[in-house]
Design a protein around this ligand. Structure first.
Ligand code: PLP
Length: 367
């Protein structure tokens, strides 16, 4: 079997470092926040080109608190894309704000900037571009439009640790950025985790309070806050893994180049790295108009695959109250019908990658 992701291979590679870090936290009994989390905040913020890092318990919480601290309130509108993981839209809903969608550019799977301005109304407060699959959205025009209209930009960088736009790291491109450290992410915890990064000290202070019951001083609650704190063990693990991230990212990028070469004459459309981007290939999604058959072939050859994501958020029953119907966002809907994610993880061997590609090429001859 060649799985879609292989968390065990990575753990085994760095086991001694991870085990020592976990034991250090057990010994210190700093189980919630604490020095390991603080050190990780500093290290990951620096890695993302930001001066402030606020560790939280999930990427979803990061989005929720970033929107709150940015001043988004109930009844406001927040513009994002429907072709994303549901959490982007859920976080907007947690505040009582309304998600307004803009379709994606099919070449990059990120926000189609040409459609952004017409979605802005007098109630729009923020824009949340999603760096889907590890490819940054086209940030310069997004930020320019936001500035013209007095809007906040919060990057959903949950899939894009280490990605860059015109040489600048994601996390430093808008007013704040949100990351997820869910285990399967490019930088994954051994449990849940997330972070907001920003260059604003006052914004950072508010997020830090909101994640810890709205208090800076224990039992003195200035804001109505949440219990969104990061575990000490996750902070220690993430510090270890951050030191390996660039090497892992380069391995992913090398795999993407190999796939591109091996699949050039196949029936699938391979993902493109935008000219402005350093794509970090969290997900390697090809497109095919006959996904079911391709998935069956891969399965028959022992190759795992996934669909990120089969239904765009505007067509999810849970979000029918947003008032959209089928046909509203044709590129998102077409992508949802056609994408198939292939095995992608740093430890994927070249032999295995060739087997995946061979299975796909073989599909070209099966009618
Ligand atoms: C684009 C995107 N946004 C938000 C999230 C939410 O992150 P988490 O699962 O850590 O809450 C994820 C990941 O799951 C994601 O992929």
């Amino acid at each position: 079997m060649i799985p879609l992701v292989d968390l065990r291979a990575q753990y085994l590679e760095i086991k001694s470092e991870i085990d020592a870090a976990v034991l250090r936290v057990l010994d210190s009994t700093q189980f919630v926040l604490g020095p390991e989390v603080e050190a990780f905040e500093r290290e990951f913020a620096a890695y993302s080109g930001a001066s402030e890092g606020m560790a939280v318990n999930t990427g979803t919480s990061a989005l929720h608190l970033a929107l709150m601290a940015a001043g988004v309130r109930a009844g406001d509108e927040v513009i994002t894309v429907p072709f994303t993981f549901v959490a982007t839209v859920a976080a907007i809903g947690y505040i009582g704000a309304k998600a307004v969608f803009v379709d994606i550019d099919p070449a990059t799977f990120t926000m189609d900037v040409a459609q952004l301005e017409q979605a802005i109304t007098s109630r729009t407060k923020a824009i949340v571009p999603v760096h889907l699959y590890g490819q940054p959205a086209d940030m310069d025009p997004i930020v320019a439009i936001a500035r013209r209209h007095g809007l906040v930009v919060i990057e959903d960088a949950c899939q894009a640790h280490g990605a860059a736009y015109k040489g600048r790291p994601v996390g430093s491109l808008g007013d704040a950025a949100c990351f997820s450290f869910y285990p399967g992410k490019n930088l994954g915890a051994y449990g849940e985790g997330g972070m907001v990064v920003s260059n604003s000290a006052s914004f950072a202070r508010e997020v830090r309070m909101l994640r810890d019951w709205g208090a800076e001083k224990k039992y003195h609650h200035v804001l109505k806050g949440y219990n969104y704190r990061m575990d000490g063990i996750q902070g220690a693990i993430l510090r270890v893994k951050l030191r390996h991230l660039e090497r892992w990212t380069e391995a992913r990028r090398a795999h993407a180049r190999d796939y591109a070469r091996l699949l050039a004459d196949s029936n699938v459309t391979i993902p493109q790295e935008a000219g402005y981007a350093r794509h970090v290939f969290h997900v390697y999604a090809v497109r095919t108009t006959d996904r079911q058959s391709l998935q069956r072939t891969l399965q028959a050859n022992g190759v795992g695959s996934g669909i990120h994501y089969p239904i765009p958020v505007h067509l999810q029953p849970a979000y029918s109250d947003l008032g959209y119907t089928a046909g509203a966002f044709p590129e998102s809907e077409r992508a949802a019908d056609e994408v198939l994610s292939l095995p992608m993880y740093p430890e994927l061997s070249h032999t295995k990658l060739e087997m995946v590609a061979a299975a796909i090429r073989q599909e070209a001859y099966v009618v």
